[in-house]
Design a protein around this ligand. Structure first.
Ligand code: DGL
Length: 278
């Protein structure tokens, strides 16, 4: 029986990490919980985030039998990884270290930009993880982006879907929403680039330090200066998870031939509220 990997996020943004994990471990069993009742974590204190995250981790381990945990939530990874590890007796992987490592591999100048929630930025977890790898990092909180994603104002893809599934008016409205989100992104990134320039940085890499931001990736890529690499912490975390689970990963990736191959990935998803929206 393949092991169960528990994946935790404060909401549904963590599905970006789950998607990246399923692509790499197609034979694993996954239990995902989104703490939608208590989202956003990004504006809460370390103590509250640690308490909430530990409860979800215990649910995944004690009730869903998870043998590994991936903390998809950047905010919980930044502020509560120790508390989560203390709360459960299984290996726990956060997204900050993999994100910083991916930045190290991508950056030629050694100067990196990070966008994330308020709580993640104020923890300076990304800056510390980057510094440990010889990088200089400048972090910026972008608090409007999570609500825009939660509302589905995520860009041209939503507009295209509206065009095929709904009315022309709804498609036009989705395009308008995408333009608003693009403008918000542009303002944040302009401010961040100006601050980086003022500090004499020559940044060539931008880390998406929040589960929700990969859903805005196309809009963000359009807004960054030419040549800047965009690092998706969800993809980086999934790569690190495969390495962490290496002893058992061969059977999970489907690379190991056997007479009785395990079934395709099994997913169980839970949310603490708003199941319909989730
Ligand atoms: N999941 C959070 C993160 O990755 C974003 C949403 C929230 O603020 O809870 O930082």
């Amino acid at each position: 029986m393949p092991p169960t990997i528990g994946v935790f996020d404060s909401g549904f943004g963590g599905l970006t990490v789950l998607r990246a994990l399923v692509a790499r471990l197609p034979r694993a069993r996954f239990a995902f919980i989104g703490d939608t009742a208590r989202l956003p974590y990004g504006s809460k204190s370390r103590r509250t985030i640690a308490r909430y995250a530990a409860q979800s981790a215990q649910f995944l381990v004690n009730q869903q039998g998870a043998e590994f945990l991936v903390i998809a939530c950047n905010t919980a990874s930044a502020l509560a990884l120790d508390a989560i590890q203390e709360a459960v007796p299984v290996p726990v992987l956060g997204v900050i270290e993999p994100g910083a490592e991916a930045a190290r591999q991508a950056s030629c100048t050694g100067d990196v930009l990070v966008i994330a929630t308020d709580a993640t930025v104020h923890s300076h977890a990304y800056a510390a993880a980057c510094r440990a790898r010889g990088l200089r990092a400048l972090e910026k909180a972008c608090p409007l982006l999570v609500p825009l994603v939660e509302e589905g104002w995520t860009g041209p893809l939503m507009a295209a879907r509206a065009a095929t599934e709904s009315s022309a008016a709804q498609a036009a409205s989705a395009l308008h929403q995408a333009a608003v989100t693009a403008e918000v992104i542009r303002i944040y990134l302009d401010e961040l680039n100006a601050e980086a320039a003022a500090q004499g940085m020559n940044a060539d890499t931008l880390v998406l330090g929040c589960t929700h931001y990969p859903l805005l990736r196309r809009l963000i890529e359009k807004a960054v200066p030419a040549g800047m690499r965009v690092i998706d912490s969800a993809e980086a975390a999934a790569e690190a998870a495969v390495r962490l689970f290496n002893g058992r990963a061969a059977s999970l990736t489907g690379e190991q031939e056997s007479e009785n191959p395990p079934p395709a990935a099994q997913l169980r998803c839970f949310a603490t509220d708003s199941v319909e929206k989730f």
